[in-house]
Design a protein around this ligand. Structure first.
Ligand code: SF4
Ligand code: SF4
Length: 105
């Protein structure tokens, strides 16, 4: 998949942690997607995105970054050198954040 668009600074990717996992591993561990969803939901983790083509599943933990301000901006925007590397390169995959300015085809 190819990425296009640009960051519109919506803060959506800073409101939770998304961990990309291997879908086929998850299926063999849990037997079905419904089972996996139930298991993770008991821990406050949502399977927010599944892509069979790329064999990926996105596990989303509702843990906002403490550098995110009330108006959904990064408080490190004026000190970009202090941002974690991933913040400069995100997103690597389609994460299904509705407000995100990046699109995937
Ligand atoms: S450091 Fe800034 S850009 Fe990175 S996750 Fe936190 S708020 Fe978002
Ligand atoms: S979700 Fe997308 S548009 Fe919003 S801050 Fe993150 S990268 Fe930028």
């Amino acid at each position: 998949m190819k990425r296009s668009g640009e960051c519109v600074m919506c803060g959506g990717c800073c409101e939770s942690i998304r961990i990309t996992s291997v879908l086929s591993n998850l299926m063999s561990q849990h037997g079905s997607l419904d089972e996996a969803r139930a298991y993770y939901s008991f821990r406050g983790i949502e399977i927010s995105y599944v892509n069979e083509e790329t064999d990926t599943a996105c596990l989303e933990l509702n843990i906002p970054c403490d550098k995110l301000t009330a108006d959904k901006k990064c408080s490190l925007n004026d000190r970009p050198e202090q941002k974690p590397v991933i913040c400069h390169h995100y997103p690597w995959f389609q994460d299904n954040i509705e407000t995100c300015g990046y699109k995937w085809k």
